[in-house]
Write a protein that binds this ligand. Structure first.
Ligand code: AMP
Ligand code: ZN
Length: 467
């Protein structure tokens, strides 16, 4: 069976073959840590985690590298505006360093709550200033750098293939010039190093051969991917917004310095949206994060399940209703799994069907359909458990670690339950539904089975999320 992945570079699904026989190198652009991650950001990391798990299922060792952007990302991707970290510092009164530390920790905690596998390397931009300076010096030696009053810029006009990943219309961009060029020569040129403003003491700044300042946003990824994976590695990932600017610039830098193409495959996750036109963003009003889910007694793993119901290149509009439906499906799966005995053997037919789907550019919605067909089949319970276990190595729902809550049912909850049982026997479905919502608000999910109501504790802090 062979794995095929959609590569943004070639705009096609092509068979995956690793550059080196033993280890697959995978670099994923990580968070800018000036605030919490929202669930849109997390959709991208879930997709990357599934990709990693599918690679592992195909027998590859994966060297997964994730960076933490804690300097250099300006409020505008056109190298203007304030550094997001310094802006965060003004907002909260803490130092930029303290903010970076706090949100890095918050991010890693979200990462674990979603059962994302730990990367081989987490790398911070501020821990790699020397590597970035050395990389810029190489680009300079190759003749792609010019200097302005406020920094060092990459001259994109020197590269014929610049913007290829995004199929950028450079002539159009240059002619349109809607963005103020400032001292830049071309609309697509970007900062490699920015000087600290005269008379201003930045919180994060370093000496360099060109003057005191800080690195541009894109150079960290070229420098750190080269350090941890080599200059030519297998897979580079990120959200779709990175194609036109950030990844195009990473490619430009690496090609200028090393003459090599950076990554063999480029994979990009489609944005989580709120409706047909609204993307979830850190600056937008609808900022939903994992804590917002816990506040509603929704287990973060339910969000992971929701992500699996859409293809990573497809649309996913977020609604609370769809998240609750995902939560119900997840809990149903957990309960079934927990009830089935261990010691069975895999059902080879189902495993094969599942693998065909995940190997076809990570078709998780179809893989989930295979899963539900399995669950509803009349195979022996031990076989069901063993097969589901094998699927979960890719899905990452942590079924094996979940234990039904042993918590005693509090009196007030029991009163609501009794009331609901009464409503059901009166066939008052509206009241029964209302009571179900009330119970959920209290952190109890109720299901109706043949033998009456079944209760599951769904508070976000339960054991289910530990790995
Ligand atoms: P940032 O922390 O803004 O640097 O973004 C971290 C990651 O989240 C990047 O890979 C972005 O492409 C991705 N991202 C940002 N917004 C969304 C969204 N609404 N849906 C999915 N991914 C997103
Ligand atoms: Zn990057």
């Amino acid at each position: 069976m062979s794995l095929a992945l959609y590569d943004t570079w070639s705009r096609s699904v092509r068979p995956f073959t690793p550059i080196h026989a033993d280890v697959v190198g995978m670099y994923c652009c990580g968070p800018t840590v000036y605030d919490h991650a929202h669930i849109g950001n997390l959709r991208t990391y879930v997709f990357e985690d599934v990709l990693r798990r599918v690679l592992m299922r195909n027998g590859y060792d994966v060297r997964h590298v994730v960076n933490i952007t804690d300097v250099g990302h300006l409020t505008s991707d056109a190298d203007e505006g304030e550094d997001k970290m310094e802006k965060g510092s003004r907002r909260t009164g803490e130092s930029a360093w303290a903010i970076a530390q706090r949100y890095t920790e918050a991010f890693v905690s979200d990462w674990r709550a979603l059962n994302l596998l730990e990367p081989a390397v987490w790398c911070r931009a501020t821990d790699h200033i020397a590597e970035q300076i050395a990389f810029i010096a190489e680009i300079e030696r190759a003749g792609y750098v010019y200097r302005t009053d406020d920094g060092l810029y990459f001259d994109t006009s020197r590269q014929d293939s610049y913007g290829y990943l995004a199929r950028l219309d450079r002539a159009g961009l240059q002619a349109g010039k809607r963005v103020a060029l400032g001292a830049k020569k071309n609309a697509t040129d970007f900062a490699l190093w920015k000087f600290s403003p005269v008379g201003v003491q930045r919180q994060m700044e370093w000496d360099s051969p060109w003057g005191r300042g800080f690195p541009g946003w894109h150079i960290e990824c070229s420098a750190m991917s080269a350090k941890y994976l080599g200059t030519w590695f297998d897979i580079h990932c990120g959200g779709e917004d990175h194609i036109a600017v950030h990844h195009s610039n990473e490619i430009a830098q690496t090609e200028a310095a090393h003459g090599s193409r950076l990554a063999n495959f480029w994979l990009h996750g489609h944005f989580l949206t709120l409706d047909a036109t609204t993307k979830m963003s850190k600056s937008g009003g609808d900022f939903i994060r994992l804590q917002s889910l816990r506040d509603r007694h929704i287990d973060p793993v339910a969000y992971r399940y929701l992500c699996l119901t859409a293809h990573y290149r497809g649309t996913l509009h977020f609604t609370w209703d769809s998240l609750e439906a995902a939560h119900t499906a997840l809990n149903r799966l957990r309960q079934l799994y927990a009830r089935w005995p261990e010691g069975g053997t895999l059902d080879a037919r189902f495993v094969e069907r599942f693998d065909v789907e995940v190997n076809e550019d990570l078709n998780l919605p179809k893989a989930l359909a295979v899963l539900w067909e399995l669950v509803k089949s009349d195979l022996p319970p031990a076989t069901l458990r063993a097969t589901l276990d094998s699927f979960d190595a890719v899905l990452g729902l942590g079924l094996r670690n979940w234990t039904p809550a042993q918590t005693a049912i509090p009196d007030d909850i029991q009163v609501l339950l009794d009331e609901r049982a009464q409503a059901r026997s009166n066939r008052d479905w509206t009241k029964a539904d209302d009571l179900r919502s009330t119970l959920l608000k209290h952190g109890w999910h109720v299901e109706d089975g043949k033998d009456g109501q079944r209760l599951v504790r769904v508070s976000g802090s339960e054991k289910a999320m530990d790995d």
